[in-house]
Design a protein. Structure first.
Length: 178
């Protein structure tokens, strides 16, 4: 069985953490770009894998990964979050410190089960004019959704009303910003 490449390991970290910013900021703390090994170790920690679990996934010795983390990532993170003099009691400190520093993404907003419809949205710009020091953009909006077998006339009316309310709210919020 072929081992996955380093860039393909622990990719789920990208759903929860701002990896691009974190890589960049850690590179600044280090003084040069992170190595692929450092990145995979970081992603492993951010996915709540212990150093021994990371070692197992990478087919490396546990002690080797622990030493690498102590000599590299742990030092970069301590510099980044300005905790240079603090001892890392547990590998989980890294995630806690990075979360406190704002690198963890906000959880996605989940729609309630009856509150969404899978659809394709087509937007065509119709007209742009300048009216009384305001730019007015007229658009044509088309929403195309497959109708599931459970799609009834009542649910169609409910979805239409909900969509109208959300569009009205969006337009009101936009006009208040202008």
């Amino acid at each position: 069985m072929k081992m996955p490449s380093k860039k393909d390991l622990f990719t789920e970290a990208a759903y929860v953490w701002d990896l691009d910013t974190l890589y960049s900021d850690l590179a600044s703390a280090k003084g040069k770009h992170l190595t692929p090994t450092e990145k995979v170790h970081l992603r492993g920690l951010l996915c709540s894998y212990s150093p021994s679990e990371i070692a197992q996934k990478l087919s490396k010795s546990v002690r080797g990964v622990e030493v690498e983390l102590c000599n590299t990532l742990y030092q970069y993170v301590k510099n980044l979050v300005e905790r240079r003099d603090e001892k890392i009691e547990n590998w989980r400190n890294i995630c806690e410190w990075l979360e406190d520093a704002g690198y963890k993404k906000d959880p996605p907003i989940e729609a309630q089960s009856g509150d969404y419809l899978s659809a394709k949205l087509i937007i065509k710009k119709a007209n742009i004019v300048l009216e009384k020091n305001h730019i007015v953009v007229d658009i044509n909006l088309k929403l195309i959704a497959d109708s599931p077998s459970t799609f009834t006339e009542d649910s169609s009316e409910s979805i239409t009303e909900s969509l109208e309310v959300k569009i009205d709210e969006s337009l009101n919020n936009h006009s208040q910003l202008s």
